[in-house]
Design a protein around this ligand. Structure first.
Ligand SMILES: [Zn+2]
Length: 237
């Protein structure tokens, strides 16, 4: 049994840190590069399942893989509740996150204050692999945006387009039902992924592990953190 407030606070910090998914708050900007290219994007159908945290004070929705896709019985599809039977599409990409520009300063004062696009932000350096999970957006705007950026980056090596040779901002505006995500091509020099991280790309979990909720049993991308965080970040210097 854990005792004391220190261990409790450590635990809560670790848990939010340990999510394999990219999470951004309203107004924040994640600076990313794609590891998964346009044609390797994986997608599937998911049920939205409402759950509560262990303390019961917060409700959140979980995306649960529809097992019909494995030709198995799916509890959600067999539900009498039409809401539970509903499925939605989710796309998955492996990405490398250089850092997140936050609208709000952190309590510990570790994030560096920077100016970007005429606004003040606090930069949380991350240099971690994450999984970008997103829906197609309303009227498919996210899906079309990703396709359009890829097409625009086409070159001799990737005549049909590519996502992996540019940097992007993943942004979020609003919260709840009014949340709008966007992917924006980042101007300026393309920053290299640190070599220590590049070496770990072949060891990343297959996206299907995240999609089917098997990720707990396998190694997590957070193991890369120690290896790469020592590098100097010149993005905003
Ligand atoms: Zn189902």
């Amino acid at each position: 049994m854990p005792t004391g407030f220190d261990s409790m606070e450590r635990d809560s910090k670790n848990r939010s840190f340990d999510s394999p998914y990219l999470r951004v708050r309203a107004g924040d900007i994640a600076v990313i590069r794609f590891i998964t290219d346009i044609n390797d994007m994986e997608w599937g159908y998911f049920h939205e399942v409402k759950t509560r945290n262990r303390l019961g004070d917060r409700e959140f929705t979980d995306d649960v893989w529809c097992k019909m896709q494995d030709e198995e019985r799916c509890e959600c599809c067999e539900s009498t509740d039409p809401k539970a039977r509903k499925v939605k599409v989710r796309m998955f990409f492996n990405i490398f996150v250089f850092g997140i520009l936050h609208k709000e300063q952190d309590q510990d004062g570790k994030w560096q204050q920077v100016n970007y696009a005429g606004s003040r932000y606090w930069y949380e350096k991350m240099e971690q692999f994450k999984v970008l999970k997103t829906g197609p957006g309303s009227q498919g705007n996210i899906r079309e945006k990703i396709k359009a950026w890829a097409k625009r980056a086409a070159n001799a090596d990737f005549p049909d387009g590519t996502l992996i040779n540019k940097m992007y901002d993943w942004t979020r505006q609003g919260s709840g039902l009014d949340t709008i995500y966007d992917l924006i091509l980042r101007d300026g020099a393309v920053k290299e992924i640190p070599q220590a991280a590049k070496d770990m790309i072949p060891t990343l979990l297959p996206l299907s592990a995240y999609m089917k909720g098997e990720k707990e049993e396998a190694a997590t991308p957070e193991e890369t953190v120690e290896a790469v965080t020592k590098q100097v970040d010149d993005l905003f210097l």
